[in-house]
Design a protein around this ligand. Structure first.
Ligand code: RP5
Length: 232
């Protein structure tokens, strides 16, 4: 830990430097550590991010993802990106990965069974057709899994929806509407918000903003004729 690192850490609220005071310094030798505390995981993440940024780690992937977004194929990405957009908007760290239940079953196993040690708390899994990814991931981890049925076949997404929603008793998967990865992102934020006051407040604000937006449109329609409203 360089002197500048210690000085910078001391400027971050909630950070404490533990210097071991070892007599000599060697390459790769642990000389100390920094602990970070905060009122919520969200605040903690922001503090950690700011510290890593100061240290030159600009890449957000350096911060452990709290939500894992997985999909069976890159063809699902145009739908699944909406979950990542929502999580980014709420400042929730996430990662986006291709994990195919039928074509890379070993990877699916490794991914799902390593979620805890990697800090992932919620998984959003999307796929189309004969979908097994969300269910299998839910079978492999105790963390909540949200399934996104992707419209990817000739059956208009009904096949994907039924494959995900009809889970056997004992292995729950929260299923959102076909192609609605936005709701999967929002549900993940709500789940995390149960234990994160900062995130809870932001979700509450989001709901108030949504309500105000609808009321604004309702007011406009009330004042104008419906023809004028549609022609705007
Ligand atoms: C693709 O097949 C889909 O959209 C989908 O995600 C995928 C299912 O992949 P597996 O998980 O079954 O390999 O066409």
């Amino acid at each position: 830990m360089a002197n500048q690192t210690i000085a910078r850490a001391l400027e971050i609220p909630g950070a404490t430097v533990h210097w071991y005071d070892k007599p000599d310094m060697r390459k790769q030798r642990k000389m100390g550590h920094i602990t970070l505390v905060g009122p919520s995981v969200g605040v903690l993440e922001a503090r950690l991010k700011s510290m890593l940024k100061e240290e030159g780690y600009e890449n957000p992937s350096e911060v452990a993802p709290r939500v894992g977004i997985v999909m069976g194929s890159d063809s699902d990405l145009s739908v699944m990106k909406d979950a990542a957009k929502i999580l980014n908007m709420f400042g929730v760290s996430n990662e986006v990965r291709i994990v195919s239940a039928h074509r890379t079953p070993e990877l699916m196993y490794t991914y799902a069974s390593s979620t805890r040690e990697r800090g992932i708390q919620v998984i959003i899994a999307g796929a189309g057709g004969a979908v097994h990814l969300p269910g299998m991931v839910a079978a492999l981890t105790p963390f909540p899994v949200i399934g996104v049925p992707v419209r990817a076949s000739t059956l208009d997404g009904i096949d994907s929806l039924l494959s995900i929603v009809q889970m056997p008793r004992g292995v729950p998967v929260a299923t959102v509407a076909v192609n609605n990865a936005t709701n999967a992102g929002l549900l993940a934020v709500r789940i995390l918000g149960v234990g994160d006051a900062d995130l809870w407040t932001r979700m509450n604000q989001y709901q108030e903003d949504t309500r105000d937006f609808v009321l604004l449109k309702a007011d406009k329609l009330r004042k104008d004729s419906w023809e004028a409203y549609l022609n705007r």
